[in-house]
Design a protein around this ligand. Structure first.
Ligand code: IMO
Ligand code: MG
Length: 431
């Protein structure tokens, strides 16, 4: 049975958590393949609100096995806090596992992330300060500590000592900050190692066995396409491969395990942190969208920059990810607006740009088509035919531009606030 992948198609916070939760109901496994606790996936079930950072969004269902995959970077402190928070809300976390090959985010990664951002000042990326970049840097520098090192404390001791000695050179000499005290980090982390040991698995073999036993597997992306290290708006990106290509790298599976590539896009755009954003709205309308859409970072609480839907970027994302199922979220947030704009090309130095470029220049501006708003609450609607005509026109335009049918539209944060547009396709894929 082919496995499915969920990816965000913009700059993150498209509602991947909600959709993963929704589609997890019929899954046996939900697997995170990249990123770390820089992500914030929100799930709203009745009166309960959950925010997940590292744990896959399938955790809310007790029958789903959740794996923090080999391509993820794990901050054990943050992971254990999330486990505790979930358990305090009566969520069973006994089926949450960590891949042996995942890398561990250590306190020095968090410090180095923050110090570098401070030094970069107005050139900074606006990271989440969670140490994600430095953890992946150590991975590629072949000096990272992996989750499996928690199972051999002698080795862990040696690796940690080597790393802290090395990092202290940088921390004290380059950044002129206080050194890290090895003993206190070691003491703290061997406690985490003890608590985590029964969750550590060889995820690669587990995933392959599950696949061959016809289990339903859903891969959950974190961050999103335009933050991809290779194909995003570099250098204003995160440090992992967020696109569907990253699933194989981050889970140890071959591409032919994958069947459906589910892309999630908001009906508008947001971005947290710095970097180019051609459709950013600088007027009051941006504030209205931010308020109505609660566009504040789930991880850092930073206000998100808001902008119009960018179809140039979205087409590129669908292309890179091979999207065959499109989901549009937060359509209800646009309900108050008189006019809704959609970007269909960029203008740069008087030239028209129709393809998403490798570099977005500062003064590259969006060219828009205006759509009349529908000025009606749509959050209670569950059938596509009941949507206002102007709303349907907006969706149809997106579909035509992308040459892709929308499968589902989310009209509210609650698990059931959805319109399944194409029921046949939806149930074929997800039942
Ligand atoms: P979810 O999974 C939105 C952004 C940061 C920054 C850049 C690099 O909730 O969509 P990092 O800490 O990763 O080195 O920061 O990436 N960023 C996100 N933006 N949603 C996220 O996750 C993000 N994770 C990282 O704001 O611009
Ligand atoms: Mg988020």
């Amino acid at each position: 049975m082919p496995s499915n992948v969920i990816v965000g198609l913009q700059w993150g916070d498209e509602g991947k958590g909600k959709i993963t939760d929704l589609l997890s109901k019929n899954s046996d496994y939900v697997i995170r393949y990249q990123g770390g606790n820089n992500s914030g996936h929100s799930i709203h079930v009745k009166n309960h609100y959950f925010i997940l950072h590292l744990i896959p969004s399938g955790v809310i269902y007790s029958n789903v096995k959740c794996i923090v995959g080999p391509g993820v970077v794990v901050d054990p402190k943050s992971f254990l806090k999330e486990i505790q928070d979930l358990e305090s809300m009566n969520i069973d976390t006994s089926k949450v596992f960590l891949a042996k090959r995942a890398h561990v985010t250590m306190p020095y990664h968090r410090f180095l992330d923050q110090y570098k951002e401070e030094v970069l000042a107005d050139q900074s990326i606006g990271t989440t300060h969670r140490g994600i970049g430095p953890t992946y840097e150590d991975k590629t520098a072949r000096m990272g500590i992996r989750v499996l090192d928690f199972l051999n404390l002698k080795k862990f001791y040696q690796k940690l000592k080597y790393n802290i000695d090395f990092k202290n050179e940088i921390i004290t000499k380059v950044y002129k900050k206080k050194p890290i005290v090895f003993e206190s980090v070691y003491e703290e982390y061997i406690e985490y190692a003890k608590v985590l040991s029964n969750r550590i698995i060889d995820a690669v073999h587990e995933i392959h066995d599950a696949f061959h036993n016809q289990k339903k597997i859903l891969f959950e992306g974190a961050q999103a396409m335009l933050l991809d290290i290779n194909y995003g708006t570099y250098p204003y990106v995160t440090t992992s491969s967020t696109s569907t290509g990253g699933v194989c790298i981050g889970s140890g599976i071959p591409p032919n395990f994958l069947g459906n590539f589910i892309g999630i896009a908001k009906a508008y755009c947001t971005r947290v942190g710095f970097g180019p954003f051609p459709t950013e709205i600088k007027s009051k309308i941006g504030d209205i969208i931010r308020q109505k859409g609660n566009e504040y970072g789930a991880t850092t609480k930073r206000p998100r920059r808001c902008g119009w839907l960018d179809l140039i970027a979205l087409k590129y994302s669908c292309m890179i990810n091979g999207i065959n199922c499109l989901i549009i979220t937060k359509l209800d947030i646009l309900s108050e607006l008189k006019v809704i704009k959609v970007c269909v090309e960029y203008k740069y130095n008087g030239k028209e740009i129709k393809h998403f470029p490798a570099n977005i220049e500062k003064n590259m501006k969006g060219v828009y088509i205006d759509f009349p708003g529908w000025k009606k609450n749509i959050s209670h609607i569950r059938e596509y035919k009941d949507l206002p005509e102007n709303c349907k026109k907006y969706i149809k335009f997106i579909e035509d531009y992308l040459n892709l049918e929308v499968l589902l539209i989310s009209v509210g944060s609650e698990r059931n606030q959805n319109i399944i547009k194409n029921k046949d396709s939806f149930f074929k894929i997800f039942s």
